[in-house]
Ligand binder design. Sequence first.
Ligand SMILES: C[S@@+](CC[C@H](N)C(=O)[O-])C[C@H]1O[C@@H](n2cnc3c(N)ncnc32)[C@H](O)[C@@H]1O
Length: 236
Amino acid sequence: MEQSPQDATLAAYERGALQYAARTSTAPAPEVDTLLARVARGARVLELGSGPGRDAAALEAAGLTVDRTDGAAAFVDALRAAGHQARVLDVRAEDFGGPYDAVFANAVLLHVPREDLAAVLATARRACRPGGVLVASVKKGEGEAWTRAKLDDPRHFTYWDETGLTSALRAAGWTPEQVTESTLPGAVERWITVIARNEASTLPTGAAPPRSGDLAETGRNGADRPAFAGSPDLEA
Ligand SMILES: C[S@@+](CC[C@H](N)C(=O)[O-])C[C@H]1O[C@@H](n2cnc3c(N)ncnc32)[C@H](O)[C@@H]1O
């Protein structure tokens, strides 16, 4: 059976985790400061798609506790080898654990097919305590695309605009606080940063967003973005 784009992308990360880490900036994403401005010291954070773990390290250095997760076992193994607790968690899972004070997903949800994003966001909200916060980033644009940038194997990306992203957040029960373009000057890719609150304690009965099919995501810095405009070999 043919692999779904999300499975093929995850397989690309499994095979290319070391290559991805070597080609990605070690400077924390700007979203790290975005989150730090919204949670108290000691807050417990679920990070989806930790990858090489640069942002988790910065969050912990600032006094937070981070549950490092990734859908690719290769990243989880590398994080554990570096002395961190980490677990394999596919964003397509039905339960992320928790409750956490915050969910952090930098350049991760861009691998989720458009029709599945609201369901993934709903699972993230269920993992977040009432009053908790979501900080995430996705690529801005239209449609979807495959790219071989950074890795030898292709990865699939879904692009978003502010309106679509705001709708997906609301469908998942999040209250969007900020859904705005965050592209740094000179960056090749455009980005949107999301800040949302888990204000309601539950979704209205029967309002869980549908998940399409079976189980089925590059800027400014870090992940698939250059840390600074002009940084070599760091674009998506
Ligand atoms: C562009 S990288 C970003 C990594 C990290 N957040 C950073 O900013 O450096 C995307 C990450 O999402 C992970 N990922 C891709 N698909 C996933 C899935 N279905 N579930 C969980 N993680 C996934 C990849 O393994 C990879 O670590």
